[in-house]
Design a protein. Structure first.
Length: 327
């Protein structure tokens, strides 16, 4: 696809928040019940035709998958030949399998011994002091396995900030599936003094505030840019502004497939985020660059584990067109 064609496709594409999230929560129950009564392999056999249909019927998602895989190939040469439809279809299939693992993780039915953790000791020491942190993460792997940490540390609370209006519905499903979960989704439609005070109280009580660093807000908002897979890409400023306002440490959290399970990593990005007035834009770009480098490092190990099926490098343009809420 040529550059003008790619820009035109991005302009015509809906914003990421409009692409299928309404159907996700509704489909959770069906996925969960199929696995519950039939098991994993029958579930996967039933799921593959659905994945193939969605791949064929979703040209924007298909093109975006190929664009990502091809740029991963250009940066690291992970495949013998240029990625094509087979690799893209596998990309979709991995995503479908992760959806099941999300449900199993949230309901405590996932075999947590298959999950390895790296770098959680400094974060654990921070929480032991009663201090919280902002955790910037991405749509990669099975982030819901952070529930495993809550299982192993009594009293750990993790709030996940989301930009869309589906959080309340998802929370109802989560409450029914896992009433004792320490995980909660918070819909943040506007970042104002009241929101900052509420989040500040949570951090002061030793809570983790997780926010995605790989999707720009729904409404037009300030973004910064950093290099990702050899191309400049837009990243939200929200995680770094939030950590600066709350005056708390900033951590990266990533999750990718490893063997028969997953590997979860925590990496400290800053003990305190500082955004000087004189060089505010440059500082936010530097923090976004730290996040992008960690994201790229983990995806090099598991390239099929990144689930942004929209024109990622052009999401600033689509954000300007989309209605909805933002931070």
């Amino acid at each position: 696809m040529t550059a003008p064609d790619a820009r035109a496709a991005a302009a015509d594409a809906p914003h990421w928040a409009q692409m299928g999230e309404n159907t996700f929560v509704a489909g959770m129950w069906l996925l969960y019940e199929v696995h519950r009564f039939l098991g994993r392999w029958p579930f996967l056999l039933c799921l593959y035709p659905i994945v193939a249909y969605y791949w064929l019927a979703s040209p924007v998602a298909r093109r975006s998958s190929l664009q990502y895989l091809q740029r991963m190939q250009a940066a690291y040469g992970l495949w013998p030949t240029a990625p094509g439809w087979r690799q893209s279809l596998r990309h979709f299939r991995v995503f479908a399998q992760v959806i099941l693992d999300k449900l199993l993780a949230l309901t405590g039915r996932y075999r947590f011994e298959r999950v390895s953790f790296t770098g959680r000791e400094p974060l654990g020491a921070l929480l032991e002091q009663g201090r919280g942190a902002v955790v910037v993460t991405a749509h990669m792997g099975c982030i819901e396995l952070c529930r495993a940490i809550a299982e192993r540390r009594s009293g750990l609370r993790l709030s996940i900030l989301v930009h869309t209006s589906h959080a309340e519905r998802f929370n109802r499903v989560l409450q029914r599936l896992a009433p004792d979960s320490g995980v909660q989704l918070l819909q943040v439609t506007e970042f104002n003094a009241a929101t900052a005070m509420m989040l500040g109280e949570r951090v002061a009580c030793g809570e983790l505030i997780a926010i995605a660093g790989d999707r720009v807000p729904v409404r037009e908002s300030r973004v910064t840019h950093a290099s990702f897979l050899g191309r400049e890409a837009p990243f939200p400023c929200g995680p770094y502004v939030l950590a600066a306002v709350l005056e708390c440490p900033l951590y990266f959290m990533g999750c990718v497939h490893e063997g028969a399970g997953y590997a979860v990593e925590f990496v400290p990005l800053a003990e305190r985020v500082v955004l000087p007035r004189a060089r505010r834009e440059e500082a936010m770009a530097e923090y976004a660059g730290l996040f992008a480098s960690q994201l790229e490092r983990m995806l090099r190990r598991a390239p099929y584990d990144w689930f942004n099926f929209f024109p990622f490098w052009d999401q600033s343009a689509s954000a300007r067109q989309a209605p909805g809420a933002s931070t």
